[in-house]
Design a protein around this ligand. Sequence first.
Ligand SMILES: *[C@@H]1O[C@H](CO)[C@@H](O)[C@H](O)[C@H]1NC(C)=O
Ligand SMILES: *[C@@H]1O[C@H](CO)[C@@H](O)[C@H](O)[C@H]1NC(C)=O
Ligand SMILES: *[C@@H]1O[C@H](CO)[C@@H](O)[C@H](O)[C@H]1NC(C)=O
Length: 245
Amino acid sequence: MATGRAIVGPTFVVLLMTTISVDAGDNNGVYSPCADTTVQYKDGFTFGIAFASRTAFFYNGNSSILLSPCDSRLSLSTQSSQISVFRPKVDEISLLTINTSSFSPDNYGGYMVAFAGRKYAARSIPAFVANSTYTVTSFTLVLEFKKGRLQNLYWKRDGCAKCSGSSSSFVCLNNQDCAIRTSSCKNHGGSVDCSLGMQLAFSGTDKHLSVFNSWYEVENLRQYSLYNLYANLRDSLTSQYNKIF
Ligand SMILES: *[C@@H]1O[C@H](CO)[C@@H](O)[C@H](O)[C@H]1NC(C)=O
Ligand SMILES: *[C@@H]1O[C@H](CO)[C@@H](O)[C@H](O)[C@H]1NC(C)=O
Ligand SMILES: *[C@@H]1O[C@H](CO)[C@@H](O)[C@H](O)[C@H]1NC(C)=O
């Protein structure tokens, strides 16, 4: 099984201005989340997460025209938004974290979209992260490739199973997200580190038609709580809840 050895740190950067170090075996020379590429095993793949209000991701606010944050017609840069850029390896399950100690998603519209590509732009639907009442801290993002080219990005909802097992401090939103009260978060004067944890999984095929299967591992492992895989993760995002409540 491929486990995510690297935790790609949070980097809030201006779009297109990121520098990311090269890993051994990584032959993908495209580092911008707003450019097209094809990948193979061992490559890194750059994608972005944009935080903004839900309507900011739609062209002229029209809810049937969802554009990529790379599309200048959205003019995200003139609105209250934040971009985070990551470069995971395509053949590994990775856990990304976005440290919220100096960044409150609810101050930036409260929704996020994952995106990559230009001509072949792919973007996820906006996912609710936080408002002044609730904050969701755990996400699973699936990156689906076909012949090495990104086709689709989607949020895999965990449902609220984790909610019921934990404490009453968690609330199940819309039967799909387990949320904590924003007032409990450190960035709002509370005691919980509400940093965002994001599991990544890759599905589909690389440019040599080899199959990415980390997605199947996620499906099978979900029942055992993927976080156990990251037992050595410093500042584990979930264990703190058990300590605090
Ligand atoms: C939104 O976009 C669709 C597709 O282009 C169009 O048919 C519709 O009229 C638009 N709605 C509004 C409110 O502009
Ligand atoms: C976020 O950053 C703060 C300040 O550097 C640190 O104390 C905290 O442990 C970090 N949280 C995570 C989940 O890494
Ligand atoms: C926050 O989001 C939740 C879930 O979507 C919603 O029920 C609630 O009304 C929102 N609260 C505010 C203050 O917007």
